[in-house]
Structure formats: C-alpha cells, structure tokens
Design a protein around this ligand. Structure first.
Ligand code: COI
Length: 354
C-alpha cells in the first residue's frame, strides 16, 4: 500500500511545553485510511488535521462500534524521538477490533504510517520534563445505517496531541472511590477491549466520584462486586506484605501495556509479583492489619499514579500517609527513564522514530 502525504497549507502555533494539560491541543497533520468490502483497507494518507464529515446516521454515532489505542512518543536528551512498545499497541488494537467485529489492520503498515506522521510532526514532540506526544489511533464504523449489525465501511485515523500529566495531581497521590453501585464491565462482555462503550459506562460513577472530591473510580467485578478489576483509565497494583498484587486478566479488564511493563520489571528485579483475584475485603483487611503499604495505578496516560486515599462504603483509608511509596517511585522512575532514553531498555521496548 502506498502512503500519500499532503502537507498542511497552514501550520498552527505550538503550545508552551511547560503548560501542557492532557488532550486539548492537536498537531497539524493526521493519518487517515478507509475500509470497504470491495477494497479492504485502502487509501492510506497523511493530510491536514481536520474534522471528519459524517452522515448523522453513521453507525459509530449510534451503536459505538469503534476501537482506539493510546501510546506516546518521547523526546530524549539528545533530541531523538522514540516510541514505547508501539507494536503492542497495534496488536491490542487488532485484538479490540476482533471483539468489535472490525476488520484488522496490517500492524507493520500501521506502525510505518505512524512513524511517518510523527516524523512530519517531530517539532510537536514537547521537551519539558514529563511531557510527551500522545498518540490516539482510532477506528470508527462509518456505514450510514440505523440497523444493528457490524458496519461494512470504516475509517482508521491517528491524531497526535502534545501532553503533560493526565491527572491534575501529576505524580502525586490521587484519591480513588470504590463504587458499590455501578459496574463497568462483565466477564464475557467487551471489558478487555479498548472501545468507547467501556468509557461511556464509567461516566456516571466517575462524575459522582468527582463531585465528592475523588479523581477516579475503582471498579469491582460485575458479577459479585467483590473482586477488584481496574480504574478505567489505568490498571491497579497493591503492595501487601512486600508482594506486588494486580488483578489477573479475566476478560473484563483492559490488558494494559504499562501494566505488563510493571510486571516485567518486577520479575527482572525479583520483586514478588502475583496476578490473581484480589477482593476489596482483602485490601481493607490488609490495611487494618498494617500489611497494605502501597496502591498505585498504571497506564499510558497516567504512567504510574500513586493512590493516597481509597473510599469504600463508609470507610476511608489513607495509604502510606498520603505520600508516594517506594515501589510507585521505583516503577515510575524506571519506566520513564526507559521512555525518555535515560536508561537501558532491558526488553526491546523502544522503537526509534528519528
Ligand atoms: C491511555 O492511557 O492511553 C488511555 O487510553 C486511557 C484514557 C482514559 C486516557
């Protein structure tokens, strides 16, 4: 497939690197590619960033048939630009697509197109500490049709956004609400897919939590509401008795790439690590007996995000006196040092762009 490149006539002014938030500013160009039954994926192109003209009956708008990814490009001290585990993101994009009846894309071609796009936009990769270029590959169903079935046409696009920290707290402990009233996903559903419906399902409880001063919701399993699942914008880790514990992947939890990086590093460092079911009662009991020393989340946008407070029902527990714990610190430093080219990449995770 031949990638066509058409440069934008006008370039935007770039934001101040030191004032970046998350996901508000977008670069000058984007990648687009179309799918139909006759041609399969075709017409890959890099062109000006701009709106997409959609018929009001477009299936994505009605039934949410779509998938997306989140990854980042980082600027190193020498000015080079590099990606962190992009092949895993393209693999997961296809995995999500399979569960949403969306045709798979050629992963190698997708990565090639992404590198071309970033090369064109390399001046948009910020260099202030803890900033990066967030990458959002997305596929949407584009048939103009109101019947419920899988679409026959799709658009795959990639947009880029220079970002700072995802949470206003930055790398400081966040407060998390454990909801008893809502569930995000159930086993056998689409919880493990990166698809808009999972995020839509999180909004009601998320807004409720925000109003009460909590940054995010920690979801329990959708059947018994007993076992810890994930936070929606990140996976979750507990340090109990010096052992790192994270819920095992069960079909309703997103298989996070940062989650996998934490597990891999823990194994390299000989930190005890378990991927298993963990109930919210076990977490509360561990807190009561003084064995719970840390909780932190992991995600592309969130990186490593320490949790300083957990609310479950009437109980509010403070973890590690609300300070960043040593494990969270160690993983944050190790992962970001690899991402920004300050440390050896022990697992071949880095993919150079330029
Ligand atoms: C990511 O971490 O990249 C995500 O897609 C999570 C999203 C809530 C920002």
């Amino acid at each position: 497939m031949q990638l066509t490149i058409t440069k934008a006539d006008q370039l935007k002014s770039k934001p101040d690197d030191s004032k970046l938030g998350f996901g508000t500013t977008f670069t000058d160009h984007m990648f687009n590619m179309d799918y139909n039954l006759e041609k399969g994926w075709h017409n890959p192109r890099i062109e000006s960033y701009g709106s997409i003209d959609l018929d009001p009956s477009t299936m994505m708008l009605h039934y949410g048939q779509g998938v997306f990814e989140g990854l980042k490009a980082y600027k190193t001290g020498s000015g080079a630009v590099q990606l962190f585990r992009p092949k895993d993101n393209f693999k997961r994009l296809n995995r999500s697509s399979r569960s949403m009846c969306i045709p798979e894309v050629d992963e190698a071609f997708g990565l090639h197109a992404l590198k071309q796009l970033i090369t064109i936009e390399k001046d948009w990769v910020p260099s202030a500490p803890e900033t990066s270029l967030y990458i959002r590959p997305t596929i949407i169903a584009t048939d103009p049709f109101l019947g419920v079935r899988a679409s026959h046409t799709y658009r795959f696009f990639i947009i880029l956004s220079p970002v700072g920290a995802y949470y206003a707290e930055g790398f400081n402990p966040v407060k998390i609400w454990v909801t008893k009233d809502h569930v995000r996903a159930v086993r056998g559903g689409i919880g493990e897919a990166k698809t808009p419906g999972n995020y839509a399902a999180s909004l009601f409880a998320g807004e409720d939590a925000n109003k009460k001063g909590y940054a995010q919701v920690l979801w329990l399993d959708g059947v018994e509401q007993k076992y810890v699942e994930e936070v929606g914008s990140m996976n979750i880790f507990f340090v109990i008795n010096d052992e790192l514990i994270t819920p095992m992947l069960n079909g309703s939890i997103l298989p996070g790439i940062t989650r996998d990086s934490v597990i891999s590093l823990a194994k390299i460092w000989n930190v005890k690590i378990a991927e298993r079911q963990i109930s919210i009662d076990e977490v509360m009991d561990a807190n009561d007996s003084g064995k719970l020393s840390e909780i932190f989340g992991s995600g592309t946008a969130a990186v490593i995000s320490p949790v300083g407070e957990l609310k479950y029902g009437d109980r509010v527990i403070s973890i590690g006196d609300g300070k960043v714990g040593p494990m969270a610190n160690k993983f944050y430093k190790a992962i970001t040092d690899i991402q920004y080219g300050k440390a050896e990449d022990p697992k071949g995770w880095i993919e150079p762009v330029s």
